[in-house]
Design a protein around this ligand. Structure first.
Ligand SMILES: *Cc1c(COP(=O)(O)O)cnc(C)c1O
Length: 386
């Protein structure tokens, strides 16, 4: 039995793993203490749980425990990193380099910083969603404060050459901030090996609860110095004040632990299912193409179909399938995906594209059903009927 509509939009959010929820539950009722209460058992108990979670979250990315700032999610961590760096420069370094295919949380923060006098370079990508390292190096000037480049793209899964970007940043002595929200928990990450200054990620993209995320900051790097924007109580090394979301953080910690141990087996399952889905759809539907045929995350594909209006198609299939046209954060806007446009797709090609992202709970049966359903629906649609 498949339960419908089948959820294949794991890049926009994931369900909590039931094991994660089970770990969180006592922290709402019995162990409800404020982790900043230093004078009694309830506070100590909460503090201990937060410490354990911090160890697990840090362990997943090979950071040290005192390099993790818990936030309300990746958006907050991104804002804290970029605005925090910008406020720390005191007017010397006023240039930021990012890319056209970044998430809205990065792009909108950059636009805000432009309004405050910063200069932003938005790097182009090629048809596969890849940046040019030469373009990147050429864009760096003595005024460059930081590079803000994501690990993996949320719409296409395309992975940036993070090692090489970090090496460039290091050579030119500019900070490297990475939005790794789609990569953490899905592929192995070692921040020390790569050499990243600041990195944002989020629990709800990796089978943990919503409303909790983290900013990694490299303690050994002078380039990771940020000015906080929440004041009051000096929580999180004074960089993010406010009583901690203890149950959320416990869930984040537990999900980090599960991802670390299960990543390898999960990925080999997911890549098989993704490839099966992709190959079948490409074979069944003449003229269909993969957007972002590059080094990719294992569980996502972005496909374009000729003569299809994705919005109408997904609406007509909404009883059976939960797929997406792109980023959840901007899909209420009737504009073609900025990621696909940056890759050179026409408006019509972008409007005919669908992102399918699989996850931990996706089954073979669901994938087979999706192949059949999409194939028959797309083949039966004539342009006039859409
Ligand atoms: C989801 C996502 C975000 C935003 O994360 P929240 O925790 O929901 O704020 C940022 N960047 C990328 C790449 C994402 O996929």
């Amino acid at each position: 039995m498949i339960s419908k509509p089948i959820y294949l939009d794991f890049n926009s959010t994931t369900p909590c793993d039931p094991r994660v929820v089970e770990n969180m539950l006592p922290y709402f009722t019995q162990h409800f203490g404020n982790s900043a209460s230093k004078d009694h058992f309830y506070g100590w108990q909460a503090q201990e749980a937060v410490d354990d979670a911090r160890e697990q979250v840090a362990g997943l990315i090979r950071a040290k425990v005192d390099e993790i700032i818990f936030t309300s999610g990746a958006t907050e961590a991104i804002n804290l990193a970029l605005k925090g760096l910008a406020e720390n420069t005191q007017g010397e370094k006023t240039h930021i380099i990012t890319c056209k295919t970044e998430h809205a949380a990065v792009l909108d923060t950059c636009v805000y910083l432009e309004s405050k006098g910063f200069m932003v370079t938005y790097l182009k990508v090629n048809e596969h969603g890849e940046i040019s390292l030469q373009d990147l190096e050429k864009a760096i000037t003595p005024k460059t404060l930081c590079l803000a480049l994501m690990w993996a793209n949320n719409e296409t899964g395309v992975i940036h050459p993070i090692d090489k970007i970090a090496e460039l940043a290091n050579r030119h002595n500019v900070a490297f901030f990475c939005d790794a929200t789609q990569a953490v928990g899905k592929i192995p990450i070692d921040v020390k090996h790569v050499g990243i200054d600041l990195m944002a990620f989020s629990s709800h993209k990796m089978y943990g609860p919503k409303g909790v995320g983290a900013l990694y900051f490299n303690q050994n790097s002078t380039l990771s110095k940020i000015i906080p924007h929440l004041h009051g109580g000096s929580h999180e090394w004074g960089l993010r004040s406010g009583s901690l979301n203890v149950p959320g953080i416990v869930g984040f910690g537990h999900t980090a632990k599960l991802c670390r141990t299960e990543m390898a087996t999960e990925n080999s399952k997911l890549v098989k299912l993704r490839d099966r889905l992709e190959t079948s759809l490409l074979t069944n539907i003449p003229g269909s193409r993969i957007n972002g045929l590059s080094t990719r995350l294992p569980q996502v594909t972005n496909l374009r179909f000729p003569e299809v209006n994705a919005e109408n198609l997904l609406l007509s299939l909404s009883q059976d399938l939960a797929l997406s046209r792109g980023s959840a954060c901007s899909s209420n806007v009737q504009r073609p995906s900025h990621v696909l446009k940056a890759m050179g797709l026409t408006d019509q090609e972008a409007f005919g594209s669908i992102r399918i992202s699989l996850g931990r709970f996706t089954t073979e049966e669901e994938v087979e059903f999706t192949i059949d359903k999409l194939t028959t629906s797309i083949l039966s649609l004539s342009p006039a009927q859409q």
